[in-house]
Design a protein around this ligand. Structure first.
Ligand SMILES: [Zn+2]
Length: 86
């Protein structure tokens, strides 16, 4: 099964509360290249699945730091994820 077929399912990983398509996803049409915002316990973390950049914050400040960062990063990131197995 291809990576795209497996990961493009409508089910988001547990804890993911927001997902932004990156610039690279727009260009390549690969909808798996996203910035995921995940809530766990009292922390909110955004991770770019293209370049691996991340941002972590206390849940109390998530809306003023992590969420805008995730949106802004997704709009500008053109990085492609490293192919699996390399
Ligand atoms: Zn990135």
């Amino acid at each position: 099964m291809s990576r795209t077929a497996r990961e493009s399912s409508a089910v988001w990983p547990e804890g993911v509360i927001a997902r932004h398509l990156t610039k690279a996803a727009e260009i390549t049409g690969d909808s798996t290249i996203t910035v995921d915002v995940t809530e766990t316990g009292d922390e909110v973390r955004a991770v770019c699945r293209g370049c691996g950049a991340d941002r972590l914050n206390s849940i109390a400040y998530s809306n003023v730091t992590v969420v805008p960062w995730a949106r802004a990063h997704a709009e500008s990131c053109r990085a492609l994820p490293r192919p699996e197995g390399s």
